[in-house]
Design a protein around this ligand. Structure first.
Ligand SMILES: Cc1cc2nc3c(=O)[nH]c(=O)nc-3n(C[C@H](O)[C@H](O)[C@H](O)COP(=O)(O)O)c2cc1C
Length: 401
């Protein structure tokens, strides 16, 4: 998170087996820059000790509504006001039911009721409890009241059942907490399309022509836009990155598939960021069977044909008000090449980087970019993490909204 972001989390822990995962959530949240204060239900203290949570959070853990307060303030109200985000993880069926009904008979539920900040609820329970229409109704009620209720994972539960009801992992819960504190009204109704990664152009059923794109820049871009509150679709070539939480990922392989996936969605998006590295050429006649080695021939000649240009094709059908951002990976005459691409593809800005420079381009976690605008203005940026560059690009997009 950026240093200016709000970062105070109240973590409510209720009495389920998944309570032990709250330890990891505190660790990750603290690392991400949150100050965490914990409230436990009485049942939660049967599963993990306040001592562990106090040590991890470096703060007093509240368990009892009627204990002597440290300062003269009404603690459930002061904690409710202190919180930038209130996370309940795990949220038992019982606590979900109480929150949905406005019951406030312990410190956790009282503080939730008094809290006006965003509330992120991570349910965890046995499959039958989860599927029970009463629980589902309570979840719908909470969503209607603006609570961010996360889905559950399917898997083997502590009780031995296999099904939905398992709490999603702490790192994914944290992403929702970060989004809850970062999201802004500017982005909340916007739909964004981001492309990422390389493409694979088949030579035969087992071989392809690819490129060195890791997808890191596009994934960072998608996460940044999602955290600001946008709805994001990520059209991704084959990469070794985990699908980001909350983002619809459309996997594709070839440039033509990437174009098809983007074209199907382009008219309904407000912002499109083309950060993928689609292959410019594809074998004209890929073989149906594996090309065999020939002992007599030292060379294999493959004819390539030019692929369609995704950003240029969509630039032709771009409507007024839509914002499109391109990326240009260059090895020479950076700004000059980027400027002509910006015009040819009808982009609002293009992020140019010299992929031969150390700490820039493919595979690494940092980038050194220059942003070229429609006005002809060029903004030269220092070397920075791809996540930081994504934030700069999002700021520049925001100024055009
Ligand atoms: C071993 C054990 C595991 C439990 N796990 C869960 C659970 O994962 N989810 C849940 O909703 N309830 C679970 N319960 C039931 C809750 O602990 C019970 O409903 C309790 O009243 C919840 O209190 P609280 O919501 O105030 O924390 C479990 C109970 C036991 C004994």
């Amino acid at each position: 998170m950026a240093p200016t972001d709000r970062r105070r989390m109240v973590l409510g822990i209720s009495g389920g087996i998944a309570a032990y995962k709250a330890c990891e959530l505190i660790r990750l949240a603290t690392k991400a820059g949150f100050e965490v204060r914990v409230i436990m239900t009485r049942a939660a203290t049967e599963f993990i000790t306040p001592l562990t949570l106090r040590t991890l959070s470096n703060n007093k853990v509240v368990t009892d509504m009627f204990e002597e307060p440290e300062r003269f303030e009404i603690e459930h109200v002061s904690l409710a006001q202190w919180a930038d985000v209130f996370v309940v993880a795990p949220a038992t069926a019982n606590v979900i039911g109480k929150m949905a009904s406005g019951i406030a008979d312990d410190m956790l539920t009282s503080t939730v009721l008094a809290c006006k900040s965003p509330k992120v609820i991570a349910p965890a329970m046995n499959t039958a409890m989860w599927e029970n229409p009463i629980t589902q109704r309570n979840i719908e009620t909470l969503r209607d009241f603006g609570f961010i209720v996360l889905r559950t994972d399917k898997g083997q539960l502590a009780c031995g059942d296999i099904g939905y009801g398992r709490m999603i992992p702490p790192e994914r819960i944290l992403q929702h907490a970060i989004r809850a504190v970062r999201r802004s009204d500017r982005w909340s109704d916007l739909r964004c399309l981001v492309t990422a990664g390389p493409t694979r152009e088949p030579l035969d059923p087992v071989r392809f022509i690819g490129n060195r794109s890791s997808g890191k820049m596009g994934y960072a871009m998608a996460v940044e836009l999602w955290q600001r509150g946008a709805e994001v679709t990520l059209v991704s070539g084959p990469v070794c990155l985990d699908p980001p939480e909350g983002i619809e990922v459309v996997p594709v392989s070839t440039t033509r598939e990437m174009l098809e996936a983007c074209a199907a969605r382009f008219s309904s998006v407000d912002v499109a960021v083309f950060s993928a590295a689609p292959g410019d050429f594809a074998p004209a006649d890929p073989s149906d069977s594996k090309i065999k080695k020939r002992p007599d021939a030292g060379r294999l000649v493959v004819e390539l044909e030019q692929n369609p240009d995704i950003a240029a094709a969509l630039g032709e059908v771009k409507r007024k008000g839509q914002i499109t951002v391109g990326f240009a990976a260059e090895t020479e005459r950076l700004v000059e090449n980027a400027s002509s691409k910006l015009a040819a593809k009808n982009l609002d800005m293009i992020v140019a980087n010299d992929v031969t420079a150390e700490g820039a381009g493919f595979e690494v976690d940092t980038n050194i970019a220059s942003i070229v605008y429609r006005s002809g203005q060029v903004e030269m940026l220092d070397r920075m993490a791809k996540s930081q560059l994504a934030a700069v690009i999002a700021d520049r997009i925001e100024s055009l909204l």
